[in-house]
Each structure stands twice: as structure tokens, then as C-alpha cells.
Design a protein around this ligand. Structure first.
Ligand code: NDP
Ligand code: MG
Length: 396
């Protein structure tokens, strides 16, 4: 990239955890923010508009989009155009920019992501649910349209950084080590899992993130989604992805080559680094305001094997990865619904995985089970959402 020209950035989901950290990166690098979007949080979006003066913003919630339009109508110095509803996010995704950051949470990011691909954009992709559910299709479309997808999630970014510059990457990789902090319940006994509250699950020991991914981290479904994400992005078999608990979260993942050499990417845990790397690839720019690793102070890095019995979500993700077809979409959709039900205090923490497993089990007898067609995957996603909702209302 040519860093001497001011980069134009669009951020879909700018009011979220990744969105706000992306804005920090833009402040540091003095990038021009040309587009922003949110779902509901027009208060924060309004503050962002005042600071960055983007050409366009999109608000997915129609009523709130109208409210925001009324508010800025009376502010003469704001010239920002407002785009309305889901369609607004899709339209924004097609607008001109150097990089678009896709930081919308969940499967809702799919249509804007596909629009960005069709516009041949360079995409910094934080959202993992879309790659998990429809990864092959999304990556094929990116290839077809010549859109570049750069990972923002810290573990895929780590692998990307470990293989930087390598051409024959697949032939040379033995496996990757996907690191996990282990979350807040790493040391809990199986009995303690029964009394986990929403507040306990939202209290992550290392990372400060959006609500859904924090719950996913506590159940280790986040690692499960990442193992599918990584298998898709780097064309790896499930057996080549080894999850390892590393509580300090200094190593963000490792690549083991066929000669036994292991390359690790390390940094203090801070999402701004992978975000900045994706926005400036293939350059590295300073982050003077950020603490660096002091190995002497750290003293030691530790590792332990994950326990698939206490964290069944990880086992379910390995199963979905191996089964492929529409199963990863079903895993993801069931999980999105179950996590929301847990947050709404309708089900217990343990039941998140139980619901996902029951939905997957039912789907094995569904005619769409093995399909890889996009429409079938979308239908499977919808089926899984409805089936999981049914399980929740029936209290099973
Ligand atoms: P948040 O919940 O903090 O933010 C989500 C963003 O998406 C908000 O701006 C939200 O708007 C917007 N949004 C939600 N639903 C819609 C919709 N239907 N249409 C348009 N916009 C919508 O999530 P995170 O920032 O934590 O995560 C974003 C993505 O990045 C996820 O896929 C996550 O897995 C991934 N990720 C996150 C990491 C992190 O550290 N947070 C690390 C690695 C990956 P509003 O604020 O108005 O609700
Ligand atoms: Mg991650």
C-alpha cells in the first residue's frame, strides 16, 4: 500500500467494540473516515459523525435512521448523507473507499459483506460468523470479483502474519496452534458450571469485547467459530488445527511448518494491532501509545490442553467443521439464538451448548444437511434459528 496518501475508510458497525477500536486506529494514522454505520446506537453515531464528518452513514433500524436524519438536518456544518435500514448498510458497503472494515456482529453482516465483495473492495473482516456459515461461497466470490479479504480477528491475523510472504504455504504447513485464553471459567469444576450467571460470563479476564463474543469466549464457542474460520481462510483440515489454552494471551496463534519449526505471533493483547495491520497491510506502522511486551516482567508463558467435556462447544465446532455442508451455519445460527436466550435469562449457561448440540443432531436428518449451495445454507440458517427458538420455548 501507499501510505503517503490518506486512506479512505468505511466502518460497518462503527459503534461496536471493533468499530470503536478501528476509529482509534484511524485517529492514530490520521486516516479519512468516509462511511460509518450502526444498528441502534445513534447517540454514539452522532458523536462519531461530529468528529469524523463522513460522507455517508447507515442506520439499520429504520425509525432511528429517521430520528438521526431529523437531528442532523438542523446542524448546518454536518453534510453527511443518511442511508436507511438494512439496505442502507448494503449501499454503504458499495461506496468508494480504500478499505472497508466489516465489524457488524453475527450473520447480519453477510449481505453488506457480499456487496463490498462485488464492489471489489479491500475488506478488513472482523466478523467471523459469515465466514463460518458461508465461508466457501464468500471466499469464492472474493476470488471471482478480485476483492481482497484481510483478517482482523486476532488469531487469523496472527496466522496471516506468521505466513507473511510465503508462497507455497499449504504444502509447508504441518498444523497451526490456535491459542485461547480459556475465558473466565477455565478453572471451574464441572459442578460450578451449573450456577454461572450472565454477569459471570460477561467478565472476561483478558479481552474487553462486545457482549456476544464475550459469552462465546466464556463457552469457548468463540474458539470453535475461529477454528472453522481458520480452516476456511487458510484451507486447513480440522486435524491441522490444534487448540491450545494460553491464559496470558500473548501468543495469538502459531504456525508449525513441516520441518518442525514453529513461528508465533506475539504482542500485548490489544485488538488495535490486528486492526491496524489489516488497514496498513503490507506495511507496519508505529503504535507509540501502546505498551510493548516486557518478557522479563512476564516471566513465563503457560499452555494447557482444552477440556472438551467442560467446554462441549469446542467439540461441536470440530464436528461441524468435519461435517461441513450447511452444518457450520447451523452451529452458528443455533449459537446466536442460544446466546441471546442466555443473556435474556431464558436458559442457563450450560444449556447454550445443549441447545446447539440438539439443533445439530436434528439437522443431521434434514434434506439440506450436506448442501453447500448458498440458498440452502441460508435456509438451513433460518431453520436452525427457528428450531433453537422452539427448543428454548419448550424448555428443552
Ligand atoms: P459489538 O456488539 O460490540 O458491535 C456490533 C456492531 O454491529 C455495532 O456497531 C452494532 O450497532 C452493529 N450491528 C449489530 N447488528 C447489526 C445489523 N443487523 N445491521 C447493521 N449493524 C449491526 O460487536 P464486536 O465489535 O465485539 O464484534 C463485531 C464482530 O467482530 C463480531 O463478528 C465478532 O465476532 C468479531 N470480533 C470481535 C472482536 C472483539 O474484540 N470485539 C475480536 C475478534 C472478532 P449498534 O451499536 O447500534 O448495536
Ligand atoms: Mg479472536
Amino acid at each position: 500500500m501507499e501510505i503517503n496518501q490518506k486512506q479512505k475508510i468505511i466502518i460497518l458497525g462503527s459503534t461496536g467494540s471493533i468499530g470503536q477500536q478501528t476509529l482509534n486506529v484511524c485517529r492514530r494514522l490520521d486516516f479519512e473516515v468516509v462511511g460509518l454505520s450502526c444498528f441502534n446506537n445513534i447517540e454514539l453515531l452522532y458523536e462519531q459523525i461530529k468528529e469524523f464528518n463522513p460522507q455517508k452513514v447507515a442506520v439499520a433500524n429504520l425509525n432511528l435512521a429517521v430520528k438521526l436524519a431529523e437531528r442532523i438536518k438542523n446542524v448546518p456544518q454536518i453534510k453527511t448523507e443518511i442511508l436507511y435500514g438494512d439496505q442502507g448498510n448494503i449501499e454503504l458497503a458499495k461506496s468508494a473507499c480504500d478499505t472497508i472494515v466489516v465489524a457488524i456482529i453475527g450473520f447480519a453482516a453477510l449481505k453488506p459483506l457480499l456487496a463490498a465483495i462485488e464492489a471489489k473492495h479491500t475488506i478488513a473482516l472482523a466478523n467471523k460468523e459469515t465466514i463460518v456459515s458461508t465461508g466457501k461461497y464468500v471466499l469464492e466470490q472474493a476470488e471471482k470479483h478480485g476483492a481482497k479479504i484481510y483478517p482482523v480477528d486476532s488469531e487469523p491475523s496472527a496466522i496471516w502474519q506468521c505466513i507473511a510472504g510465503k508462497k507455497q504455504v499449504n504444502e509447508e504447513i504441518n498444523n497451526v496452534w490456535l491459542t485461547a485464553s480459556g475465558g473466565p471459567f477455565r478453572t471451574y469444576s464441572k459442578e460450578q458450571f451449573d450456577s454461572i450467571t450472565v454477569e459471570d460470563a460477561l467478565n472476561h479476564p483478558v479481552w474487553s469485547m462486545g457482549q456476544k463474543i464475550t459469552i462465546d469466549s466464556a463457552s469457548m464457542m468463540n474458539k470453535g467459530l475461529e477454528l472453522i474460520e481458520i480452516s476456511r481462510l487458510f484451507n486447513l483440515a480440522g486435524s491441522q488445527i490444534k487448540v491450545i489454552i494460553h491464559p496470558q494471551s500473548i501468543i495469538h496463534s502459531m504456525v508449525e511448518y513441516i520441518d518442525g519449526s514453529v513461528i508465533a505471533q506475539m504482542s500485548m493483547p490489544d485488538m488495535e494491532l490486528p486492526i491496524q495491520y489489516a488497514l496498513t497491510y503490507d506495511m507496519r506502522l508505529p503504535m507509540p501509545d501502546k505498551p510493548k511486551i516486557n518478557f522479563a516482567e512476564l516471566g513465563q508463558l503457560s499452555f494447557e490442553a482444552p477440556d472438551l467435556e467442560r467446554f462441549p462447544a469446542l467439540r461441536l465446532a470440530y464436528e461441524a467443521q468435519a461435517e461441513d455442508g450447511a452444518m457450520p451455519a447451523v452451529l452458528n445460527a443455533a449459537n446466536e439464538i442460544a446466546v441471546q436466550a442466555f443473556v435474556d435469562k431464558k436458559i442457563s449457561f450450560v444449556e447454550i451448548s445443549t441447545m446447539v448440540e440438539s439443533t445439530m443432531q436434528k439437522f443431521r436428518h434434514h434434506p439440506l444437511y450436506r448442501s453447500i449451495l448458498l440458498d440452502d445454507i441460508l435456509a438451513a440458517d433460518q431453520w436452525a434459528r427457528e428450531y433453537t427458538e422452539l427448543l428454548i420455548t419448550q424448555g428443552r
